[in-house]
Design a protein around this ligand. Structure first.
Ligand code: NAI
Ligand SMILES: NCC(=O)COP(=O)(O)O
Length: 330
């Protein structure tokens, strides 16, 4: 009998002072069938394991794949910290370290050294405090790989893609133009087919304004931008619903009618997902030339160093990455 080499998943630890390092240690303790390559500082992982009281064996990554990973092991691609972490207290001196881990993960994926990337949460404010403009992994990986991307968060029951991501609310309306909305819907449609197995996906497009604008009486973005794009793509055969008023889009009767939702901004739909499936939701970047999944939560600085953080979302992210690697055709 021949055994297959396990996929090499790149793991980034995110903010060193957050819960990310502990979550990587917890992930290593699962029996998931993958070679995990933690791209981070070796000492950071050792200290996280000690704080969790968890056995961890670290192996320097040699670039090879094995057909078995003993539980509790992580391969390491060592990238040194700028400053030793103090749990709960992000230090901007580690910003360059964090970004270097992301670059190595992305470059390694594009060079096929890694099969996919799974990211733990980082502290966006700390990177900005270091004087480096930074919005999030999604935007970083998009820029790094010159790709048009869409952020999607998915639980087993609900998939939500975002037309805009990390923008001040007052900038949202101007950012939703016909070109960007059409590009976003095409990416979501394509990837619901290729990554999620929907032959003819049904997408509910939310309105931007209350009551989806109430025929122009509460805002005109629906009439001026959203409806023309939806109509154009419907004529091409896309199964689009809407614009649907966001406040009722998630009631049970509506949820029967779509496979995914396109929300106009970050906080329009993510609270629904996070309140019903915080431990089962995964963040996935659509449109990249590689597979990237992540947790649905942040750095939880209040829990960092306690060993109490729930690793469920990171484990779900790793499982989804492995499913997508297995299903990948190119
Ligand atoms: N993928 C990423 O890198 C993400 C990063 N963030 C960043 O995280 C930072 C903090 O964000 P917040 O809004 O405070 O959200 P947060 O998710 O860090 O915390 C919100 C609440 O959820 C709890 N929580 C979060 N993850 C948990 C876990 N695994 N187990 C148990 N409880 C958990 C926290 O203790 C806190 O009470 C921000 O800088 C934000 O930018 C936020 C979301 C995603
Ligand atoms: N709420 C999702 C989020 O902030 C994650 O952003 P990213 O760092 O994955 O782009």
């Amino acid at each position: 009998m021949t055994t297959l080499a396990l996929p090499r998943l790149a793991l980034t630890a995110g903010e060193p002072a957050g819960i990310g390092p502990e979550l990587l240690v917890r992930l290593a303790a699962t029996s998931l069938a993958a070679n995990f390559i933690a791209i981070t500082d070796r000492g950071l992982l050792e200290r996280a394991a000690a704080r969790c009281g968890t056995r961890l064996q670290l192996i320097d990554d040699d670039g090879e794949s094995t057909d078995h990973r003993p539980t509790g092991t992580l391969r390491v691609r060592h990238i040194p910290l700028g400053s030793t972490e103090i749990p709960g207290q992000p230090d901007p001196r580690n910003a360059r370290h964090v970004l270097a881990t992301l670059s190595e993960a992305a470059d390694g994926c594009m060079a096929r050294r890694y099969a996919a990337i799974v990211t733990a949460p980082l502290q966006k404010s700390s990177i900005n405090d270091a004087g480096i403009p930074f919005s999030g992994h999604t935007e970083f990986f998009a820029e790094h790989s010159h790709a048009d991307v869409v952020m999607m968060l998915a639980s087993p029951e609900l998939r939500v893609a975002l037309a805009t991501t990390h923008l001040p609310l007052r900038a949202v309306s101007a950012a939703i133009d016909a070109t960007s909305l059409e590009r976003t819907l095409r990416i979501v449609h394509t990837e619901l087919r290729s990554k999620f197995g929907f032959d003819t996906p049904r997408i509910a497009v939310l309105g931007l304004n209350p009551h989806a604008g109430e025929n122009g009486h509460i805002g005109r973005e629906e009439i001026d931008t959203i409806i023309p794009v939806v109509n154009k793509l419907r004529q091409e055969g896309m199964r689009l619903l809407g614009p649907v008023p966001a406040d009722t889009a998630f009631v049970p009767a509506q949820r029967e009618r779509y496979d995914a939702v396109l929300a106009m901004y970050h906080d329009q739909a993510l609270p629904v997902l996070k309140s019903e499936a915080f431990d089962r939701t995964v963040n996935i970047t659509l449109g990249l030339p590689f597979i990237r999944t992540s947790v649905d939560h942040g750095t939880a600085l209040d829990l960092a160093g306690t060993g109490k953080a729930d690793p469920s979302s990171l484990i779900a992210a790793a499982r989804l990455a492995l499913d997508l690697v297995a299903r990948r055709t190119t």
